[in-house]
Design a protein around this ligand. Structure first.
Ligand SMILES: [Fe+2]
Ligand SMILES: [Fe+2]
Length: 306
C-alpha cells in the first residue's frame, strides 16, 4: 500500500507495475486503427472452423456468397458477444469493487487499476462497435443485431444471481466476472491468431487481447483480496459462482447462430444446434490462467476438474 508498504514491497506489487505502464501499454492510449485501411474485401471475416452452423447438414449446399455472408454475420455476433460480456458482466463488477461495502483491496493503486480497467473495457466496447460498423457497411449487413441477453454466458449470470440480493448478489457478480476475465483471452486468441481472415478483424481483436493480459492480473489480485476477506459461507458462494461462470463460458450459444445462418439464407432450428452442442466434446480449456488463479485463492484445482 503506498505510504505504508516498504519500498521494496511497493516495487514488487504487480498492480504498481501494471498501473505505471498503463499509458504506454493499452489500446485506448494508442492511435486509433485505420479500420477501412485494414479491410480487404476479398478475405473472409471469420474462420469457417469457428462457425458451427457451417458443419450442420445442408450447409454444403450454400454457395460462396452465402457462406461469406454467414462468416460476416459470425464476426458481428462475436463482437456483440464480446461487448455484452464487457457491459453486462465485467464493467458492473469493476464498479462494485469500488464500493465501500465490498471488502476488497482499495488502496490508491488498486483504485487506479480499477479505473484503468473500466476505461479499457469501455473502449473495447467502442472498438467492437466501430469494427462492426465497417463490416455492416462494407458487407451490407445493417440489420444483423443481437440482444445483450442472447448469449449463454449472460443467461448463466442471470441464473447464478437469481433470488439473491445485497452483498450475496454482489459477491456472485464479482466471482462471475472473475470467470470472464480468466477466460476472455482464450476467446479472443481464437481470432487474433487467425491468419486467413480479414486483417481488420484480426488486428482489432489482437489489440483487445493484449489489454486482457493486464486485466487478468488486476482481477486475480483484487478478487484474491476479496476472497480472503469473506467468511466460509461467502467463500463457498464465491467458489460456486466462479465454477458456474467457467461453465457458462464454455457452453454453446444457440439462438444467435440461427440469426447468423439466416444471413446466408440457411434455415436451421435451435434444436439442431442443441443436438450439435450435446454431441461435441467440451471445448479445450486453457488451464494456465485458471491454475494461477486457484493457487492465488488457495482453492484446490480438483474443485474445477482441471
Ligand atoms: Fe476487454
Ligand atoms: Fe478485461
Amino acid at each position: 500500500m503506498p505510504g505504508t508498504a516498504a519500498p521494496e514491497e511497493y516495487e514488487r506489487d504487480l498492480l504498481v507495475q501494471l498501473t505505471r505502464r498503463w499509458g504506454k501499454r493499452v489500446a485506448v492510449k494508442k492511435d486509433e486503427l485505420d479500420l477501412d485501411g485494414h479491410f480487404d474485401a476479398a478475405l473472409p471475416d471469420f474462420p469457417e472452423h469457428l462457425v458451427p452452423v457451417l458443419g450442420l447438414p445442408g450447409a454444403e449446399r450454400l454457395d460462396r456468397d452465402a457462406r461469406e455472408r454467414v462468416l460476416s454475420a459470425a464476426w458481428i455476433a462475436y463482437n456483440a458477444k464480446t461487448a455484452a460480456i464487457e457491459d453486462e458482466i465485467i464493467l458492473p463488477a469493476c464498479r462494485l469493487m469500488l464500493q465501500e461495502w465490498i471488502p476488497v483491496r482499495r488502496d490508491d493503486v488498486a483504485v487506479d487499476a480499477l479505473h484503468q480497467t473500466i476505461i479499457d473495457e469501455h473502449y473495447h466496447i467502442l472498438m467492437c462497435h466501430n469494427a462492426v460498423g465497417v463490416t455492416r457497411r462494407r458487407r451490407d449487413l445493417a440489420d444483423v443485431r443481437f440482444a445483450p441477453d442472447a448469449w449463454s454466458v449472460v443467461q448463466g449470470r442471470a441464473a447464478a444471481r437469481a433470488g439473491l440480493s445485497g452483498f450475496d448478489r454482489d459477491v456472485v457478480d464479482i466471482a462471475f466476472s472473475l470467470a470472464a476475465e480468466t477466460t476472455i483471452s482464450g476467446f479472443l486468441s481464437a481470432l487474433s491468431t487467425a491468419r486467413e481472415i480479414q486483417p481488420m478483424n484480426r488486428i482489432t481483436t489482437d489489440l483487445h487481447r493484449r489489454d486482457e493480459s493486464g486485466h487478468a492480473v488486476v482481477f486475480r489480485e483484487l478478487c484474491g483480496s476479496l476472497y480472503r476477506n469473506l467468511d466460509s459461507a461467502q467463500q463457498r458462494m464465491f467458489r460456486e459462482a466462479l465454477v458456474g461462470g467457467l461453465t457458462a463460458f464454455r457452453s454453446a450459444d444457440l439462438e444467435p447462430w440461427v440469426t447468423v445462418a439466416a444471413q446466408g439464407g440457411f434455415e436451421i432450428g435451435v434444436d439442431q444446434l442443441r443436438e450439435w452442442a450435446a454431441s461435441r466434446p467440451a471445448p479445450a480449456r486453457d488451464t494456465g490462467p485458471l491454475q494461477v488463479l486457484l493457487d492465488d485463492l488457495g482453492i484446490g484445482h480438483d474443485l474445477f476438474g482441471t
